[in-house]
Design a protein. Sequence first.
Length: 305
Amino acid sequence: MNVLEINNLTKRFGKFTALDGVNLEVNKGEVFGFIGPNGAGKSTTIRVLLGILKPTNGDVKIFGKDTWEDAVDIHKHIAYVPGDLNLWPNLTGGEVIDLFVKLRGTSHKNRREELINKFDFDPTKKCRTYSKGNRQKVALIAAFSSDADLYILDEPTSGLDPLMENVFQECIMDLKKQGKSVLLSSHILSEVEKLCDRVGIIRKGKIIETGSLKELRHLTRTQILVETKQPVPKLHDLKGIHEIIKQDQELSFQVDTEELDQVIRHISQYGIIKLESAPPALEDLFMRHYDGTDKARDTGAGGKH
């Protein structure tokens, strides 16, 4: 059984359709990346999962239970981190962490202290004095101190510096080793790329692509830098080649990943002296989905179709 299962989820606010037939599943022990720009429907989906919003249509289940009908029971087994957290201004960070952990009915004092040290956090200060990053640390420490089965994280590293982002990534890998499940909603694509087993891309309330990063690589291009003994003729005519730049004896271009084999075969006839390739990044995949025009898609990623 999937830990999380969304079937044909639709959510309307008046005439506005925020979610339009969303289908998604998260397996046990999986880190699932949920990506899309602001306004795409990520947070609305998460509010439905948390039982805050009732679906207009569709079937949404966590641990096989309905997220609206069984919200209280489900919350005993999940941990949630929002992208922006409002805290009680007169409580200390430590008091808020303890409150959140007690509300879940679990207490791991050693884990709490370990995380406070890891995140370089001062729990004795009043919450009104905390920066955005420190408020985020409160939520993360409370969530990771909990023994949940599913962690729902909505832009969890918002406001964190790069060093703390690394600590966050270590915590996610620890959860994965323990067989926990994570839904990570993010627009930081490098973070998703490092952590996630599978990703779902949402655009205007619809899931437009789901799969492992390996499965989605066909949507991206690989950057190639090559130097050959003889000039390579008719490179422009090859299928899948984009933005060719000649620099002295070197050629730089991008190639659709599915055409890489035949392009390299063609070039190798002319005596390869040097060959460098950069793997396609999730950033490329994301941009090709979200730029609205062919011209926009080609910005920095190609000029020939």
